[in-house]
Design a protein around this ligand. Structure first.
Ligand code: 7TS
Length: 389
């Protein structure tokens, strides 16, 4: 058995996406900026992809959507631009974010702090949630940007971005949201959310790795990321990565079309998995179920080291899960969300993240339920810490 329940880390590329990309490697390989037919024949594919992305997030024609290499790039770019464009040349110097952002956001803010920027990292409550009220209370005269993710990668908890944007805009503050874990899992409508900047990444919704995008609302000017041949409206120069742009377009359209399946069938499978795992004693799941993306479970299993459990699930049963973000998993630190919600110290290493996708089957879930229980029993039996509880 080989079961993949780590879809918040990355997803398998949909075969239809692979097919859409194929011609753009060795058939339609021209540089889109070339005037000859080889260049021109790439244009319909690029245009289609741009339309697919705009339509998936309901952007309007005057908004900018710039293709990047990943969400890490989108996040770094927008945060550093705000610093460059608004903080360095202005008199405002304060940004609000949360303690549970992805490292590509948190590390960029740490860098900004080293440059003298004031950053407020809002804590989350026991449910892994940040209220709009908490954001409101953190605003000062100096606040220039609020940057909060739309859905958390560890827990799937959805943050009240629309409400936060309304509060921010009343005070002339810009809003950035990292929507990497939301696009393709819940409807994402930039006009409804009202955000000024939004980051996304194709490999989280069955597109290829190495391509993402940054949405920039109309009439907002930011500094270019790369100076050069003026591609992407001069904001990110460099020859367009045509096959991957085409792949991202196809993937996002398919992801949006699959939302009903994800929110009915897959949600039901996730709920069943969660209900069954919660029958194991001394476990809890972070976040209210109705306020989470339909594919994610972050469960704490007392007395069981997450890393050990992961090893057991993988090597004995072929089930791929995570202890948290793969980006941070090599350093064996405590799960950042369990720390952020203030879980007891002996629980800090007990988190297991299971994340489903539209390709997850009922049989896989049943098998996982059985093997997860078996694994917990075995690991608890040999755990000195659990015996004492
Ligand atoms: N933002 C969020 C919320 C993420 O979950 C990730 C990846 C990124 C940004 C970075 O995206 P990339 O396009 O640069 O790869 N998150 C995870 C995760 O949760 N486990 O592995 C990677």
């Amino acid at each position: 058995m080989k079961i993949y329940l780590d879809n918040n880390a990355t997803t398998k590329v949909d075969e239809r996406v692979v097919e859409a990309m194929k011609p753009y490697f060795s058939k339609l390989y021209g540089n889109p900026n070339s005037l000859h037919q080889f260049g021109r024949e790439t244009h319909p594919g690029i245009k289609k992809a741009i339309d697919q992305v705009y339509s998936a997030i309901n952007a309007n024609d005057n908004d900018d959507i710039i293709f990047t290499s990943c969400a890490t790039e989108s996040n770094n770019w927008i945060i550093k631009s705000v610093w460059l464009d608004l903080i360095k040349n202005g008199n405002k110097n304060h940004i609000i974010t949360t303690e549970v952002e992805h490292p590509s956001v948190l590390s960029t803010y740490k860098f900004l702090e080293s440059q003298g920027v004031k950053v407020t990292y809002l804590p989350v409550n026991r449910e892994g949630f940040v209220t709009a009220e908490a954001v409101k209370n953190a605003i000062t005269e100096e606040t220039v940007l609020i940057s909060i993710m739309l859905a958390n990668n560890e827990t799937g908890v959805i943050f009240p971005i629309k409400e936060i944007t309304e509060i921010a805009h009343e005070k002339g503050i810009l809003v950035h949201t990292d929507a990497v874990q939301a696009v393709g899992k819940i409807p994402v409508d930039v006009q409804d959310l009202g955000v000024d900047f939004l980051s996304m990444s194709a490999h989280k919704f069955h597109g290829p790795k190495g391509i993402g995008a940054l949405f920039i609302k109309e009439n907002i000017k930011i500094s270019p990321l790369f100076h050069g041949g003026s591609q992407m409206g001069g904001l990110r120069s460099g020859t367009l990565n045509v096959p991957y742009i085409v792949g991202m377009g196809e993937a996002i359209e398919l992801a949006v079309k699959s939302l009903p399946k994800l929110n009915s069938e897959i949600r039901k499978l996730r709920d069943k998995l969660e209900d069954e795992l919660l029958k194991i004693s001394d476990t809890f799941v972070v976040g209210k179920r109705e306020n989470r993306t339909p594919n994610t479970i972050l469960i704490s299993v007392r007395g069981v080291e997450g890393e050990g459990m992961l090893w057991d699930l993988d090597r004995r049963f072929g089930i791929a899960a995570a202890t948290g973000s793969a980006c941070a998993s090599e350093d064996l630190e405590a799960n950042p969300v369990l720390e952020a919600i203030g879980a007891e110290e002996d629980l800090a290493h007990t988190a297991i993240r299971l994340s489903l996708s539209r390709f997850t089957t009922a049989d896989e879930v049943d098998y996982t339920i059985e093997k997860f229980k078996e694994s917990v029993e075995r690991l608890r039996a040999i755990s000195s810490s659990y015996a004492k509880v």
